[in-house]
Design a protein around this ligand. Sequence first.
Ligand code: GLP
Length: 288
Amino acid sequence: MRRTQYVPTTDWLPLDKSPFLMRVVILTDAAQVARRAADVICQCVNKKPDAVLGLATGGTPLGAYRELAERFSRGQISFSHCTSFNLDEYVGLPVSHPESYRSFMDRHLFSLTDFASDRCFLPDGNAADFEQACLEYERGIAEAGGIDLQLLGIGSDGHIAFNEPGSSLSSRTRLKALTQQTREDNARFFSSIEEVPELAVTMGIGTILDAKQVLLLATGSGKASAVRAFIEGPVTSQVPASALQLHPHVTVLLDEAAAAWLVRRPYYDHVESIQRRLEQATKAPSEG
Ligand code: GLP
């Protein structure tokens, strides 16, 4: 009997969204992760030029920011109508300190693109009244219409933003004390661990879960254990990123090293191949 290949119908497929709620994409290296992350961000901004972007700091998103800056300089993308809200900020560092997250964002993204400086928000790490400042940050996000796309890295202990293990899964923007592990991990950006602030203001896990779409990046072997725990372990406040299992639209981009501990790896690759077939089938013939 002659077998014909099964071709799924695609009429039901939303073009801008995977039908799989948590899409786990495993790529060869960090450079590919950066390019794919930039693709997802550009797709969001092309579709909605006044998109509200949730932005992240740390070493992981740097490649994606470089890629966005290059695409901007080639005239391929503009952020002039976007608004951005960063995840977090250290408490007590002057804004002008090179390791404040404001300085980081200016250096690696804002000054290299056309983001409007009066629409790039970060939590205030030097507020006179933190409770009030955190409420205002939440209000600002709501008044902007909510976050369309939230970019995330992940800490080696599974934290997202500065929501350390044990953070309430419904937490909102607030002060958090950093764990010793996080301070050690981030000490590489300072001259010594003593210089790493002990406190930060961070969006809560509840704030992050309210974003319409989430894009989490993880690269390198130091993230393999956290990646396994948040994707394949139980939803628990002990692994804050595991709360993303409850979110309806998450894309996780991993390099081989970060994906190394995933037990269900063959399944993710299989689902991804279906996803790519669906995308191919829904492309207009001119798109190739
Ligand atoms: C910090 C940030 C997080 C980031 C994490 C991982 O703690 N607050 O947003 O995800 O570091 O950083 P890196 O990408 O440098 O590993």
